[in-house]
Design a protein around this ligand. Structure first.
Ligand code: ZN
Length: 200
């Protein structure tokens, strides 16, 4: 097939999206070309709207719109500002909110330490977190990070940085997934579930 530059560019752009491989990118691109006026124009409009009007909260990193910055969680006085849940990215905030189990505020790190790739959490993000803890009189920080090597490194680093402050630091307990049996759990999950056991 003859290469058509705009189509090639679209496929390349789509293939960069998380979870989309080259084959899927081609299928989506061909679908968009076939329905340029509706599907493609609608997608272009939605993307433009997001680019213009969706931002990350200047205080916590949550996804919000330009007319609500700081976001609704940061400005909601009903929430407990003394407890700060530190997450890796804004998508984690959405998952915690969907669970309905947390009434404090959040702080998104926008990344994690990756010693193998020589990556660090941005010093500016860490400074912002320390400033928030001091300015907002935070009493407890919950490190709600993933369970991989990078997240463990991030948690240790943050624990070191924050241990000089007057703040309780906790990390999420790792339990067994609901609806799943012990025989299906990997050894790390099982040993963490044992360490994080609670009295009944
Ligand atoms: Zn916010």
């Amino acid at each position: 097939m003859k290469h058509i530059e705009p189509l090639d560019n679209l496929i390349t752009a789509l293939a960069r999206l998380p979870g989309i491989g080259r084959r899927s990118a081609e299928r989506i691109a061909f679908g968009l070309v076939k329905d340029r006026r509706n599907m493609a124009a609608g997608l272009a409009g939605a993307l433009d709207d997001v680019i213009r009007n969706v931002v990350l909260c200047s205080r916590c990193g949550n996804i919000t719109d330009t007319s609500h910055n700081p976001c609704g969680i940061c400005t909601n006085t009903q929430r407990n500002g003394r407890v700060l849940c530190v997450v890796e990215g804004p998508d984690d905030i959405q998952y915690f909110e969907a669970s309905g189990g947390f009434a404090g505020r959040y702080h998104a790190l926008m990344g994690k330490i990756s010693p193998m790739h020589g990556e660090d959490i941005s010093p500016e993000i860490v400074r912002k977190l320390v400033d928030r803890i001091k300015d907002e009189n935070v009493e407890e920080v919950i490190l709600a990070l993933d369970t991989d090597v990078e997240s463990d490194a991030s948690a240790s680093y943050l624990h070191e940085v924050l241990s000089g402050l007057k703040v309780r630091i906790s990390r999420l307990a790792y339990g067994l997934p609901s609806g799943s049996g012990i025989e299906y759990s990997d050894p790390v999950t099982l040993s963490r579930a044992l360490r994080g056991r609670q009295q009944v």
